[in-house]
Write a protein that binds this ligand. Structure first.
Ligand SMILES: Cc1cc2nc3c(=O)[nH]c(=O)nc-3n(C[C@H](O)[C@H](O)[C@H](O)COP(=O)(O)OP(=O)(O)OC[C@H]3O[C@@H](n4cnc5c(N)ncnc54)[C@H](O)[C@@H]3O)c2cc1C
Length: 422
């Protein structure tokens, strides 16, 4: 059947993807008076943005890099760790990407990435706050930071030194010994030697609900939300058409904010972006009646997992799993993380039978793509936010909206341009 273009309404912009990135982009465009349609195959905030650890990581001023420490790489080679797991059959397909990621993680290149990401990280809370207030979502937000916890004294000393080295950024933190940590989180177990409490970040107790709340704010402000699976995008000469089954939707401008699924719609137009997907899992656990409640997220960096008090229970989120696209989810990583986590905090029974799996959309230079598609006027891109999409959603949405409406952008957009990969 030939798809029919919906007539009316005609839109100024269609935003594809109602994860945190697409919803925030749509909100910013709507605030600038554009007629905006936000299209997703599912409910807003039900993709990767649903299942993360909920940290608005204002303190994460250094991107998540490939380690250059030989001992650590050797540990990973045995593939028995909790923070990074891989499936052997995924490595050939990822080899080029990993090589590039490794090179971009060398000290000088990493410092450049951190410099480029800083304006976005600095704007993270500042840009979320007005949306949280306008949507009346304060109930989902805690403003008391999160704690990086350590099982070994050496790890704690190193983390404290690294935190002090970041003092030029004006980040607020406190180094806690074991006793101070227990005073702050009375439930933690004696295996912990202390922690670094990052005071600036905010945390979210239901990330999916926050995105849904933002989407409702967008609708209340006159935006249109559509449920449809985009199968193809096509230039029309005067704008863009999105084909979704028997329907087609037209607009002058089109934004692709499909997170991990962004490349699939762009490849037919000749764009091949090196987006790798670092999987991660979560499972909720009942709080234990015989233990004090966990009041804020704690992160065991060595184990790569976070324990975050959420609406549904204590959410255990894992580090990175590298697998082939489409490979079946595995329970290995959540089991490893749970084995470590139960030594640092008492956890009750698992709430769900199977872990949730998400895919972090990662570019090898640790910067997202935010800006115009180089060869197609009217086509705009906002994806690749890797480990920090929840953090960067509002600020990235604003930056793209400013570029599209030719306002002075909040920062120089050059580091995020798509052309760097072409
Ligand atoms: C375990 C884990 C923990 C994390 N913890 C944090 C954290 O604490 N803080 C942080 O900042 N970040 C964290 N992240 C990263 C963060 O979750 C992601 O960077 C972010 O959610 C990406 O958002 P997005 O909008 O780009 O993608 P998504 O949320 O995946 O949204 C993409 C949307 O596109 C839709 N879609 C896809 N294809 C189509 C199609 N063809 N047609 C229509 N719709 C389509 C999907 O339904 C989906 O809603 C974590 C990630 C994981 C996996």
């Amino acid at each position: 059947m030939t798809p029919t273009t919906a007539q009316p309404p005609a839109y100024d912009v269609i935003v594809l993807g109602a994860g945190i990135i697409g919803v925030c982009t749509a909100l910013h465009l709507r605030q600038r008076g554009r007629r905006v349609c936000l299209l997703d195959q599912a409910e807003p905030g039900s993709g990767t943005s649903y299942g993360n650890a909920g940290l608005i990581e204002r303190s994460s001023v250094v991107p998540y890099a490939f380690p250059h420490d030989f001992k650590r790489i050797l540990r990973y080679a045995f593939n028995r760790e909790a923070d990074v797991c891989y499936r052997l059959d995924a490595l050939p397909g990822l080899a080029r990407w990993l090589w590039r990621y490794w090179r971009e993680s060398a000290p000088r290149a990493l410092a450049a990435a951190a410099r480029d990401m800083l304006p976005l990280i600095e704007g993270s809370i500042r840009e979320h706050q007005p949306f949280i207030e306008a949507a009346g979502l304060e109930r989902l937000i805690r403003q008391d930071g999160w704690i990086d916890v350590y099982r070994k004294a050496r790890g704690l000393e190193q983390a404290a030194a690294e935190a002090r080295a970041l003092s030029a950024h004006g980040l607020r933190f406190e180094v806690l010994d074991a006793q101070a940590l227990r005073a702050r989180e009375p439930g933690v177990l004696p295996a912990l030697r202390g922690g670094v409490h990052w005071l600036d970040p905010w945390t979210i107790t239901a990330p999916g609900e926050l995105v849904r709340g933002y989407a409702q704010l967008f609708e209340a402000g006159g935006g249109q939300l559509l449920t449809a699976c985009a199968q193809r995008i096509e230039p029309t000469g005067t704008g863009w058409r999105v084909v979704a089954g028997a329907q087609a939707y037209a607009a002058t401008d089109l934004v692709v904010a499909l997170g991990p699924d962004s490349p699939a719609l762009l490849e037919p137009l000749g764009y091949r972006f090196p987006l790798a997907l670092k999987r991660g899992y979560h499972l909720h656990y009942q709080p234990r009646a015989d233990a004090p409640a966990l009041t804020r997220p704690i992160c065991d960096s060595a184990g790569g997992y976070v324990l975050a008090p959420m609406r549904q229970g204590i959410r255990l989120t894992t580090g990175i799993e590298l697998a082939r696209p489409g490979a079946a989810p595995s329970t290995t990583q959540i089991r490893r993380a749970h084995a470590l986590a139960s030594h640092i905090f008492p956890l009750g029974a698992a709430i769900e039978a199977q872990p949730w799996m998400g895919r972090r959309p990662c570019l090898p230079d640790m910067r997202p793509i935010i800006g115009p598609a180089p060869r197609h006027p009217g086509l705009w891109l906002n994806f690749g936010h890797a480990h920090h999409g929840m953090t960067l959603g509002a600020v990235s949405g604003r930056l793209l909206a400013e570029l599209m409406t030719r306002e002075t952008p909040l920062t120089n957009p050059a580091p995020y341009r798509a052309a760097r990969f072409l």
